[in-house]
Structures are given as structure tokens and as C-alpha cells.
Design a protein around this ligand. Structure first.
Ligand code: SF4
Length: 79
């Protein structure tokens, strides 16, 4: 399963990052960066897509909870 954020809807409350910090971090403005903490560094010259991340199975229930508590409906789970 993948977790995806729609940056046009997110207002940066940061509740998602509190629930699953293993895959959601906040940038300097408080907006979510979706990235596994153990992700390898990006290939030089290419930007990594930080709006979607593969959710490890043990974290799926917390990721789903983040989807449900997001006040702006900016998060989604899917394949
Ligand atoms: S909980 Fe929703 S609105 Fe808040 S930072 Fe996360 S995605 Fe954005």
C-alpha cells in the first residue's frame, strides 16, 4: 500500500507526521515529506517524489489512521 499526500489540500497541521514519523517528516514550513527514514539518497540530478511513499505493512494501521484524522482530507491510501 502507498500513502499519498495532495499538497494542494494540505495546510500543514502536521498531525500525520506525529502519527507515522517513520514515513512522514515535516519540512521547514511544517508541510509533510513522505519518505521512508531508511530510504537511500536520491540519484544525483533527480528529485525524489516526496508526495508518495510505500507503507511498510506494520505501519499500515497508523497510516490509515493518519488518513482519517487529516483535517483537510489531503492523505490517501492506495496501491
Ligand atoms: S494531517 Fe493533513 S493537513 Fe495536516 S500536515 Fe498532514 S496531510 Fe497536511
Amino acid at each position: 500500500m502507498r500513502l499519498t499526500v495532495d499538497p494542494t489540500m494540505c495546510v500543514g497541521y502536521g498531525a500525520c507526521a506525529q502519527l507515522v514519523p517513520e514515513i512522514v517528516q515535516l519540512d521547514q514550513w511544517g508541510f509533510p515529506i513522505l519518505e521512508a527514514q531508511d530510504a537511500p539518497p536520491p540519484v544525483t540530478g533527480f528529485e525524489r517524489d516526496r508526495r508518495t511513499v510505500e507503507v511498510p505493512p506494520p505501519l499500515e494501521h497508523l497510516a490509515r489512521r493518519a488518513v482519517h484524522i487529516c483535517p483537510k482530507l489531503a492523505l490517501a491510501m492506495g496501491h
